[in-house]
Design a protein. Structure first.
Length: 147
């Protein structure tokens, strides 16, 4: 069971400190003061971006573990996530696409594809949670490294 906590940093602020079940901290919040400069005013991670980060890290963890069990020589993994949100409140995600860049030596494309599918469809708790609300999709590319 997970036990997390969020603490508001105080009056006049829209900043929050989150603590995960292992005691790690993350800053979230600080809504923009001006709509025109919204991207410049974030002082912490946007809460909705934390969901995408959770999905990507959950799936990446699974993919690394599965490829390791398949004795694939993985050297790097990068997951880029694009999320499309509804235009009206509550601005829920309607589509989420994950693109995996998988690097390694002699990687088998079928094993990479299977590892991603297993993560997104069976093992990743975040994917299982958002699947009923947002359409999940993925793609991947393999970068073969020399021995």
């Amino acid at each position: 069971m997970s036990n997390i906590a969020v603490k508001w940093t105080g009056q006049g602020s829209q900043m929050f400190i989150g603590r995960d079940s292992f005691g790690h901290l993350v800053m979230a919040g600080s809504w923009p003061k001006d709509e025109d400069d919204s991207w410049q005013e974030w002082k912490g991670t946007k809460p909705s971006d934390l969901l995408l980060l959770s999905l990507a890290s959950c799936s990446a963890y699974d993919v690394v573990m599965i490829l390791g069990r398949q004795r694939q020589n993985l050297t790097n993994l990068y997951v880029n996530v694009d999320g499309k949100q509804a235009s009206e409140p509550p601005y829920q995600f309607t589509e989420i696409h994950q693109h995996y860049t998988v690097e390694g030596v002699d990687l088998d494309p079928n094993k990479v594809a299977r590892a991603i599918e297993l993560s997104e469809e069976k093992y990743c708790s975040v994917a299982a949670t958002v699947r009923g609300v947002a359409k999940l999709s993925h793609s991947f590319e393999i970068v073969q490294n020399a021995d």
